[in-house]
Design a protein around this ligand. Structure first.
Ligand SMILES: Cc1ncc(COP(=O)(O)O)c(C=O)c1O
Length: 313
């Protein structure tokens, strides 16, 4: 046995921002990757014939891939549900789920069936033509959220690029007589919105931005959850949009307060600015969003693999 399964009997703490409490208690299941001396060594999952393979793979990668990520020294080979297995046979509990996007886990039967069926029916047809699945999916997203239209993209960063463009276009369109419509953006400390040039400009960490400067100008960072400091910055004719993560992930798990989000909603309304929710970390929790009536401008849902989308009203 190389793993220990644990059921935590303490109910999970519900999110603070929900108007309605969870209907039933939730419990967490977890397992630990611990090496346990087994009487019969054949019972261990570790495959001794493959020891050393991980090192070989890491060395091979260094020769052919651009080194943009500082990876953990683990080479993953397969997964099932919340479990992962490396090339040498160790078992892990997947606590990051592809950075909060594999909501269904690995190899989910229904998801697999749907993907195989669609792949065998029609593959990519480009945006030059209509296709029914896109409309069906958009219909379901609209029905499940506040939004009345959807923009599909391939990544979270692209969804944010779209939101930047929507905000600029919205300002131009809603202020046709303005000499210079509002073009600036407000974001928060510890925020992360992506790696393409626009989304990068909205990302607070200096070390992500500095190698690529100059990035898009007109972005101001202010302390997350600081209502007073943010109030002074949101200005009519200047601020095109405020981007906020209701739950931040990159700088640690920080949650906005209900008061802060409600303040942003009304300050943006007063200034004619859009409020953009980057909900990467909230994927598949739209029920929560539906309960929040201050959410009504552009609402980005970086939902779960395999699709990412921007929802707008
Ligand atoms: C809050 C947030 N926004 C945007 C992104 C960018 O998404 P992607 O990596 O799909 O471009 C991430 C990625 O982790 C994220 O955490």
């Amino acid at each position: 046995m190389s793993s220990v399964h644990i059921r935590l009997h303490n109910p999970l703490t519900p999110p603070l921002n929900l108007r309605r409490p969870f209907r039933r208690s939730s419990f967490a299941n977890a397992c630990l990757n611990v090496e346990v001396e087994a009487e019969n060594s054949n019972a261990l999952r570790l495959d001794s014939s493959k020891l050393g393979l991980a090192k070989e793979v890491m060395e091979a990668e260094a020769k052919v891939l651009v080194g943009t990520y500082a990876r953990a020294p683990v080479v993953l080979a397969s997964g099932k549900g919340c479990k992962l297995y490396d090339v040498e046979g160790r078992e892990y509990l997947d606590l990051s789920s592809g950075i909060a996007v594999n909501s269904l886990g690995h190899g989910d039967e229904d998801w697999l069936k749907a993907v195989v069926e669609q792949a065998g029916t029609l593959t990519h047809v480009s945006n030059m033509y209509y296709s029914i699945p896109q409309i069906e999916l958009a219909n379901r997203l609209v029905a499940a959220s506040f939004a009345d239209r959807v923009f599909f993209s391939n990544s979270g960063t692209e969804a944010n690029e779209a939101a930047i463009k929507f905000a600029r276009k919205f300002q131009r369109h809603s202020n046709p007589d303005a000499k210079e419509p509002a073009t600036e953006f407000i974001c928060f400390s510890n925020c992360f919105h992506g790696r393409t040039m626009g989304a990068l400009a909205l990302t607070s960490k200096e070390h992500y931005r500095s190698p690529f400067e100059p990035v898009m100008p007109g972005v101001t960072f202010v302390e997350y959850r600081n209502i007073q400091a943010t109030k002074e910055l949101i200005q009519r004719g200047k601020t095109a949009a405020v981007f906020v993560e209701p739950i931040q992930g990159e700088g640690g798990i920080y949650s906005a307060t209900k008061e802060f989000l409600q303040f942003l909603r009304s300050a943006c309304d007063d200034a004619g600015a859009l409020l953009v929710f980057d909900e990467f970390m909230l994927a598949f929790q739209w029920e929560a969003s539906k309960m929040l009536d201050y959410l009504d401008a552009i609402h980005i849902v970086f939902s779960s693999f395999p699709f990412l989308s921007s929802l707008s009203e």
